[in-house]
Write a protein that binds this ligand. Structure first.
Ligand code: RTP
Length: 151
């Protein structure tokens, strides 16, 4: 089955500055690779304050908002686009609950973090937001899919 890229669900995954500083980039990428999703784009990026504020604009009235912006802009993040059927919801499951102490063992946050304010990774919460968060960022390229992963 050949599916044009634009029809396939994509999610924006961001390894936050704590994940980068702690040397967890390979570990986190590996979990999405092993699951079987397709890495469509990746960059190391110092997020400017205004973009961080835009990304988290829904939370701007929350008391932790200034700390959140300082945290996200405190060092480079790894921005990624991952693709696959059901990738948005599945990635949220792989990531685990927002509070790492409530995240199940086996999830990224459940295994690798202890505080909500240092929860190592972001994932889009809906296919529409996945599309919006990735928009305009991807170079076009073909991946050779094997029938061993997707029938
Ligand atoms: P994310 O957007 O980063 O994937 O996280 P999420 O959907 O699991 O959680 P959300 O409620 O959207 O919160 C976004 C990020 O804000 C920080 N936060 N800190 N200190 C606090 O009480 C608090 N609450 C949220 C976390 O970094 C959270 O991931």
């Amino acid at each position: 089955r050949i599916v044009a890229s634009s029809e396939v669900e994509q999610t924006y995954i961001m390894i936050k500055p704590d994940g980068v500083q702690r040397g967890l980039v390979g570990e986190i990428i590996s979990r999405f690779e092993k699951k079987g999703f397709l890495l469509k784009g990746l960059k190391l990026f110092q997020c400017p304050k205004d973009l961080a504020q835009e990304h988290y604009k829904d939370l701007k009235e929350r008391p932790f908002f200034p700390n959140l912006i300082d945290y996200i802009t405190s060092g480079p993040v790894v921005c990624m686009a991952w693709e696959g059927d059901g990738v948005v919801a599945s990635a949220r499951k792989l990531i685990g609950a927002t509070n790492p102490l409530q995240a199940e063992p086996g999830t990224i946050r459940g295994d690798l973090a202890v505080q909500t304010g240092r929860n190592v990774v972001h994932g889009s919460d809906s296919p529409d937001n996945g599309k919006r968060e990735i928009e305009g960022e991807l170079a076009q390229w073909e991946s050779v899919q094997t029938p061993w992963l997707i029938e």
